[in-house]
Write a protein that binds this ligand. Sequence first.
Ligand code: GLU
Length: 419
Amino acid sequence: MLTTKSAGNAYDVALENFDAAADALQLDNDTREMIKYPERVLTVTVPVRMDDGHIRRFEAYRVQHSSVRGPAKGGIRYHPQVTLDEVKALATWMTWKCAVVNIPFGGAKGGITCDPKHMSLGELERMTRRYTSAILPLIGPEQDIPAPDVYTNSQTMAWIMDTYSMTKGYPIPGVVTGKPISLGGSLGRNEATGRGVFYTIQSACDHLLMSLKGATVVVQGFGNAGSIAAQLLYEAGAKVIAVSDSTGCVYNPHGLDIHNLMHLKALTGKVAGFPEAESIRPEELLALECDVLIPAALENTIHAENAGAVRARIIAEAANGPLTPAADRILEAKGVFIIPDILCNAGGVTVSYFEWVQDEQHLFWEAQDVYNRLERVMKTSFRDVLKIHEERPAPMRLAANMLGVGRVAEAVKLRGIYP
Ligand code: GLU
């Protein structure tokens, strides 16, 4: 199954990425001690009355990695493979990600180890509300602001917003982002991650003097980020030749009609069985010759064993942590241009920031304003990372981490240590 991760530990990867950036920036030890590790880690038990009447216990987490540059910020993931180390890794990456796009947030992440595909809507609602009340002392619009991640969505955010608001006694939309529009959500938030991925691919093509029109694209993972990125690339004239989700991989060398594929996915929840394509195996999909490969599922999907087979010119990391450090080295040696996750997929949290700003001001923007501002943020951040990549020179991932870690280091030095 494609969404299955290899055995690597994402938190080890996050720490290794940090050390590389800190070394390159020649950060002193005091600063490293202050910013490397999570500020707060909360593990909670979430008991839920299941539809058949029995009570089931779920293990859940909220990790605040940093509040140096602003309130902690990051999504909540529901997945059978969620572990505390994974959540710590994802929270750490959120800190550098928010700093790379220069929005005034720190980093956080939450997760519940559960299998949402086999739970009813009622069970999901009860689990979400109980989890919210368990992490309630940590969250708030000025403290820590959750958002959607893998297998959570605007409905999940609506339940969190309601639970939090009922406890406080008045509506507080700014406690979460990625809410439904009718509850104070932002236009363009739902598509923001995929749209941000699209803008960074445009920037990479400009930099490499490649045309997006006719460029061949492979998308691994057809959830929120992967499907929207595929749609925007398709509409811009790129040829999306293969797409996968946890049910299978579909391939057509002449290009897939992404609108039809999205329609099928909406109807059946799967890409498997798409009539205008042939079915291939996951390892074949990753090895297809293409201009742009978009890993848009989970961590560690491209690793030492399969990186050698990749034949892409650009890898755009819509997922968090899809490449292991070993894969990085192999692909770097092959000259693949990598748009690292903390830059590539930062469109989601960027529009989360816009949503939070709109909630705080009770003043809402038009969709085109959101798109224009997002494009500006993504393309400016791409240029900032590219500058370090070229001037130092450093691989794109190291360059992005240097930018993110460097900004947090600067902020912590200004704040000093309390007491
Ligand atoms: N879950 C998304 C991410 O990994 C969005 C987080 C947010 O909007 O806070 O970047």
